[in-house]
Design a protein around this ligand. Structure first.
Ligand code: NAG
Ligand code: NAG
Ligand code: NAG
Ligand code: NAG
Ligand code: NAG
Length: 587
């Protein structure tokens, strides 16, 4: 089965992005943008009342007293003789290699100091100078070449950004003893456990955001302040979380631990249990084999994609009553190792992703309020009468690329899915379109099966169906019951490409706008073929059969072949305003 798994996963990521960004920041943002939010310049409105002229270094702009902007002007040296009234100094995007005590020690009023994206090394930065900046609140040093953090930063500090350096060492007074400190960005460095002081935030009791992703940590740092709200530790080498590491973080709302080496042995049933404010927990891409116990009760989103999860115990999730999103795709779950009571009581859980697992059946006891159920790419080979019977609120069910056959699909299996809008059964082994599909369906995809019949009544009553995809099957006209299409009064898209049709179907509904018939055995189109479909906008007839060049007696040149679209062509370009059957081209 040649199937583009990657594109599926990409499509899903895009979907995920939409909602995850609302809930949990930076869960699936691209690496470059990750966690990179500190550099909002604080726009302090400064009243320009003084009449004395502003001293401004060459090439820089100084719009108000105390505000000096030298960003991106190719400076190789720190500007000389800056006014000691300077409050905001922007030197970002230059090539500055050296800053001495003399350069900065007189800037007692400096509040915002932006040095990001320069060529600063630890040797070139005389960090004693920082101690004297007694009003310094915002320090931006991201994207330099520092190997050690400054030994001492002033107690006035509010936010510090050292991302994307080569830091291996932090000192006790780098971030310790800073009562106003709220955010520290250290992602993309080379920090190891040994490079951190014992109590990195000693007496810095207001820290809310800490990012240490993409370093070389093996252990979660100890003694993190209890004010912490968001903690990023992804892309490290974390193997275990020491007992009690998160015990004091009762304000933590978002915890990112993805892309580490965490296993169930590296945590216990109380590792997360004290995180009483935690809403987003990302454990994806680790080495978990079961869903951990003791998850905090206010969790809304739990992401565990790409582990080796084989089982969900009965009591792992039941306490997480606010859970809305549960992402378990790309694991090794089998139906029988999901405890039937695992989802009990999860009344808010509406999105459950279990694609790319080893499920042989629809798991028992699925959450009753589920709206979206992604079960594609498993090994589900049968659907019993009651497998779906409790999913009253389900609107989207994706069972594509499983091992379903017609004989093992109970004809009443779908009877309770009264609000189902989207059903995907593509890529299975069905040879006949199932009977008893919900009449609420708006989208039905059954491509890539072995359908050779649409039995009488299979599409009856589907008045809401807008899109029906039956491509790549073995359908012939006489295996489709008479009047099948006619009843579909809302249908706008019908894809029958890649079948064995010998003629254009005659009983198409009036609502139809797009009809795909390429790669069939159609060799002529009667003049009356589209008389009943006044709304048609695109007809796709290109065939793989090279010989079929003729059209109803009127041989047309390829220039007029506006309906024969190459695969992937945008449909909008194929408007057929006043179609007469003679213009439909078949190549
Ligand atoms: C089923 O999921 C796959 C993978 O995300 C997607 O490409 C397909 O469009 C889905 N089916 C429907 C009908 O949405
Ligand atoms: C934290 O700071 C206090 C002083 O405020 C000091 O006595 C103590 O030793 C420090 N603790 C650690 C672990 O560094
Ligand atoms: C949690 O806080 C208590 C009291 O402040 C302290 O003794 C303990 O070491 C802290 N635990 C951790 C893991 O930071
Ligand atoms: C964790 O397990 C121990 C026994 O192994 C038990 O005593 C304790 O209550 C459990 N804690 C939680 C939060 O479930
Ligand atoms: C994953 O965890 C298992 C134990 O559960 C261990 O044997 C294995 O070495 C771990 N793999 C990695 C890459 O850490």
């Amino acid at each position: 089965m040649a199937f583009p798994k990657h594109s599926i996963l990409q499509a899903l990521s895009v979907l995920l992005l939409a909602w995850v960004l609302v809930r949990c920041q930076a869960l699936v943002k691209p690496e470059e943008e990750e966690e990179e939010e500190p550099t909002k310049e604080v726009d302090v409105a400064i009243a320009v009342t003084k009449s004395e002229p502003i001293k401004c270094p060459p090439d820089c702009s100084c719009t108000a007293e105390g505000v000096i902007d030298c960003a991106g002007v190719d400076l190789t040296e720190f500007p000389a003789d800056l006014s000691d009234k300077t409050r905001q100094l922007s030197l970002q995007n230059n090539k500055i290699e050296e800053i001495t005590v003399e350069h900065i020690s007189h800037l007692h009023q400096l509040e915002t100091f932006n040095l990001q994206n320069n060529w600063l090394t630890t040797d070139g930065l005389e960090d004693e100078g920082f101690e004297m900046l007694e009003h310094l609140a915002y320090l931006y040093l991201a994207n330099n070449k520092l190997t050690y953090a400054p030994k001492v930063l002033p107690p006035s500090l509010v936010s510090a950004d050292f991302a994307a350096n080569q830091l291996t060492r932090i000192y006790p007074y780098t971030f310790g003893h800073k009562p106003k400190l709220r955010s520290v960005y250290l992602h993309n460095n080379k920090l190891t456990d040994a490079g951190l002081p014992d109590n990195m935030f000693n007496a810095s009791d207001n820290l809310e955001i800490l990012t240490m992703s993409s370093n070389f940590l093996r252990v979660v740092p100890k003694n993190l302040p209890s004010t912490l709200y968001r903690l990023h530790l992804k892309n490290n080498k974390l193997e275990k979380i020491p007992a009690g590491a998160f015990d004091n973080l009762s304000n933590l709302r978002e915890l990112y631990l993805q892309n580490n080496l965490l296993s169930n042995e590296g945590m216990n049933n109380e590792t997360f249990s004290h995180l009483s404010s935690l809403e987003c927990l990302d454990l994806s891409n680790n080495n978990l084999s079961i869903v951990p116990k003791g998850l905090p009760r206010n969790l809304v989103l739990l992401h565990m994609e790409k582990n080796s999860i084989q089982s969900i115990p009965g009591d792992a999730l039941t306490s997480v009553r606010n859970l809305e999103y549960l992402l378990l795709h790309n694991n090794k779950l089998r139906s029988r190792s999901i405890h039937p009571a695992a989802f009990q009581g999860l009344k808010k859980l509406h999105t459950l992703h279990m694609y790319n697992n080893l499920l042989e059946r629809v798991p028992r006891g699925l959450p009753r309020r589920a709206k979206t159920l992604m079960l594609l790419h498993n090994s589900i080979s049968e659907i019993g009468r009651n497998d779906l019977a409790l999913l009253y609120t389900l609107t989207e069910l994706n069972l594509s690329y499983n091992k379903l056959t017609s004989s093992k699909m109970h004809r009443e299996a779908f009877r309770k899915l009264r609000v189902l809008k989207t059903l995907d059964l593509s890529g299975n082994g069905l040879y006949t379109l199932p009977l008893g599909l919900p009449r609420s369906l708006q989208v039905l995809e059954v491509k890539n099966n072995q359908l050779n019949s649409i039995p009488d009544g299979a599409l009856t009553g589907m008045e809401k169906l807008q899109k029906l995809i039956l491509s790549d099957n073995q359908l012939k006209l006489n295996s489709i019951y008479q009047g099948a299409w006619m009843e579909l009064s809302a249908l706008t898209t019908l894809d029958l490409s890649g079948n064995q049709l010998s003629h254009i179907p005659s009983d198409l509904p009036e609502s139809l706008e797009y009809l795909y018939l390429q790669s069939n055995r159609i060799s002529s189109v009667p003049a009356s073929a589209f008389e009943g479909t006044p709304n048609i906008k695109g007809i796709f007839l290109r065939s793989s059969r090279a010989s079929a060049e003729l059209m109803m007696g009127l041989p047309l040149s390829s220039e007029s072949s506006f309906c024969a679209a190459p695969p992937g062509w945008m449909m909008e370009t194929m408007m057929i305003p006043t179609i007469t059957a003679t213009k439909v081209v078949h190549r």
